[in-house]
Design a protein around this ligand. Structure first.
Ligand code: CAA
Length: 380
């Protein structure tokens, strides 16, 4: 394993850090309080190329590797986990899915505008009764010859109202189980497609999470990704890479909380000295730093495996499981180190603690990651 980053990777990391610290940080507390999407900031991030990082330049992307993506996700997530999840969904779910499995026309029409930062995408799998149990899709896509007629409801969809391109997983033939599922590209504005209620969330409040409603939406056949019945495998494979994104988001949240805790411990004094000089605090920081470092290595390992073209399914799930678990511990300890200040909204650490929780839930709960990992390590 090569432990040195290339010049290009370091440049991407520096650009993401600069953007996070100078553009995202000033308004992040207000956006969280008001549950406001960073519309202008997302536009700028898109123009800088952070939504199409790994996409082939011929489709308007940056042609970067997954390692660069992990480094950028860490820097953005340290400051604004809401912007980071938008970036993760665009890069690793929507773009990767379209680039890997879409046809040329779909790539030109749908992938390129997202990669160029002109449009935002959403990945629509979860339903009121199909979250972890992804095969139990109730949204139907009935085959009507030249189009599918889509009916149903999707829940908790990230980028629900800011997106204009939606990858929607639907059931076409229930008797065929997961082989009867299709992935369809739905455009904002198609008649019958309604962006429903926005969720009032505990964390990542600057990200727009919505219910989506489909009432007799006519989706042309050419908007199906892959062969008939490929939708479930499309979702599973796409989520594999998505989990590297969310693992990096969780690791970035933890890494941000650690940086804040270190800075605070050097400035705050108790009993006549800076608090980091008390072993109780220094040991907490040592534990936090060790966990962040382990999570970072797991994220980079999964990324390197993906870049090397080897199967990274379990590595991605392990990285997500571990990073999201340590993010709970690290952010909670950061609040503890800040004491009373850590519990008020004027300081960043309480937001990071709330933001961390979702990383154990979306793109497969911790329990789902354990299913994926255990199946992987136990297979013959
Ligand atoms: N790659 C390719 N194919 C895969 C696969 C993978 N990683 N995982 C499973 N499959 C295939 C299997 O080979 C099988 O195909 P065959 O029948 O042809 O052999 C088929 O898919 C069904 O597999 P399983 O029998 O393993 O399916 P299962 O019902 O037991 O479920 C599961 C497996 C891993 C639990 C899956 O349901 C799962 O991942 N659930 C979690 C879903 C999830 O992550 N939801 C998050 C929503 S998206 C989101 O949060 C986005 C956001 O906005 C942030």
């Amino acid at each position: 394993m090569d432990f040195k980053f290339t010049e290009e990777q370091l440049a991407v990391q520096a650009a993401a850090r600069d953007f996070a610290q100078n553009v995202l940080k000033p308004g992040v507390i207000a956006r969280d309080r008001e549950a406001k999407v960073a519309v202008e900031e997302l536009k700028q991030l898109g123009q800088l190329g952070f939504f199409g990082m790994m996409v082939d330049p011929k489709y308007g992307g940056g042609g970067m590797d997954t390692v660069s993506y992990v480094l950028a996700m860490e820097e953005i997530s340290k400051v604004d986990a809401s912007v980071a999840v938008c970036m993760s969904v665009c890069n690793s779910l929507v773009n990767w899915g379209l680039e890997t499995f879409g046809n040329e026309e779909q790539k030109q029409k749908y992938l390129a505008p997202i990669a160029r930062g002109e449009k935002i995408g959403a990945f629509c799998l979860s339903e009121p009764e199909a979250g972890s149990d992804a095969t139990s899709q109730r949204t139907t896509a009935i085959d009507k010859g030249d189009h599918y007629l889509v009916n149903g409801t999707k829940n908790w969809i990230t980028n629900g109202s800011s997106a204009s391109i939606y990858l929607v997983i639907c059931q076409t033939d229930r008797e065929k189980g997961h082989h009867g599922i299709n992935a369809l590209i739905v455009e904002r504005g198609m008649p019958g497609f309604i962006v429903g209620e926005k969720e009032d969330k505990m964390g990542i409040r600057g990200s727009d999470t919505h219910t989506l409603i489909f009432n007799d939406v006519k989706v042309p056949k050419e908007n199906r990704i892959g062969e008939e019945g490929f939708g479930f495998k499309f979702a599973m494979q796409t989520l594999g890479g998505g989990r590297i994104g969310i693992a990096s988001q969780a690791m970035g949240i933890a890494s941000g909380a650690l940086e804040l805790a270190i800075a605070y411990s050097k400035q705050r004094k108790t009993f006549g000295k800076e608090i980091y000089k008390h072993q109780a605090i220094a040991f907490k920081l040592a534990d936090m730093a060790t966990q962040v470092e382990a999570a970072r290595l797991m994220c980079l390992n999964a990324a390197r495996m993906k870049d090397a073209g080897v199967d990274y399914t379990e590595a991605a799930s392990m990285a997500k499981l571990f990073s999201s678990e340590i993010a709970q511990f690290v952010t909670s300890e950061a609040v503890q180190i800040h004491g009373g200040y850590g519990y008020v909204r004027e300081y960043h650490v309480e937001r990071l603690m709330r933001d961390a929780k979702i990383t154990q839930i979306y793109e497969g709960t911790s329990e789902i990651q354990k299913i994926v990992i255990s199946r992987g390590i136990l297979k013959d």
